[in-house]
Design a binder for this molecule. Structure first.
Ligand code: SAM
Length: 232
């Protein structure tokens, strides 16, 4: 998808925003572990009064978890889909001015204010082209204060070979544990492939290095589900 095109989760994932939080945990094995990993790294590294930008915040699961767990943090929630952001707005309303909603594309001028951390959960796979992804990582690096951190929780998958097959088998097994049968899992992978682009972890780390992150790293991985990023 071109980043400036409107994106609608309802049509892409086949769920409405209200059902999204339940559905994503069935679709993505290790979803809660990825969120917990991001929280733990943020809490360890953020200083006083930090600003965090959540790119592709969706219904605000990650932003809400950050606001709950790290009371000193403020969070800007960026998403192109106003339906998702409306759900996020209700979720984070209790945090008052610590949360700010922005309806914008990742590439819009207002999407990346100067900040201490950029987080993204299952959203940057919506940037399919390598050059555009490198450009986005470069913009993120530029928005981060020195010492700031980018943490992306997303799927990473090999391009081919037995490693790719193994990762999808493991992913389907995780979905089976959530009641999704093998045929349904195969159909869902085919449906998501129309829009999502998962790169190998090694490619993501290369793109981050090319964008200026000196020591990009993988912080957690289980099958496809991965938390990776780097410090400025
Ligand atoms: C699979 S959802 C993930 C939502 C949330 N981060 C989570 O973990 O549940 C992907 C989100 O990215 C948003 N998105 C996709 N492309 C975007 C773009 N170019 N700019 C901003 N948001 C985008 C979608 O609207 C959607 O809410």
């Amino acid at each position: 998808m071109i980043a400036t095109e409107p994106h609608r989760v309802a049509s892409h994932l086949g769920v409405d925003a209200g059902s999204y939080d339940v559905a994503i945990r069935r679709f993505i094995p290790g979803y809660d572990a990825m969120i917990a990993t991001v929280l733990s790294i943020l809490d360890e590294h953020l200083g006083a009064d930090p600003l965090v930008v959540d790119l592709g915040a969706g219904t605000g699961a990650l932003a809400g978890a950050i606001l709950d767990a790290i009371p000193r943090a403020r969070v800007v929630l960026v998403d192109i889909d106003p339906t998702m952001l409306a759900v996020a707005g209700a979720r984070v309303a209790c945090h008052g001015r610590r949360a700010e909603l922005r309806t914008a594309s990742f590439f819009d001028a207002g999407a990346l204010p100067s900040c201490d951390a950029v987080v993204a959960s299952l959203s940057l796979h919506h940037v399919p082209e390598r050059d555009r992804k490198r450009e986005l990582y470069t913009r993120i690096h530029g928005a981060l204060q020195p010492g700031g951190v980018l943490l992306s929780a997303d799927a990473t998958v090999h391009e081919a070979g037995p490693e790719r097959a193994r990762i999808f088998r493991e992913w389907a097994a995780g979905m089976a544990a959530a009641g999704i049968g093998a045929d349904e899992a195969t159909a869902l992978f085919a449906q998501w492939a129309g829009e999502d682009r998962y790169y190998p972890l090694a490619v993501e780390l290369e793109l981050l290095a090319a964008a200026g992150f000196a020591h990009p790293d993988c912080f957690w991985k289980q099958g496809a589900s991965t938390v990776f990023g780097g410090f400025r």
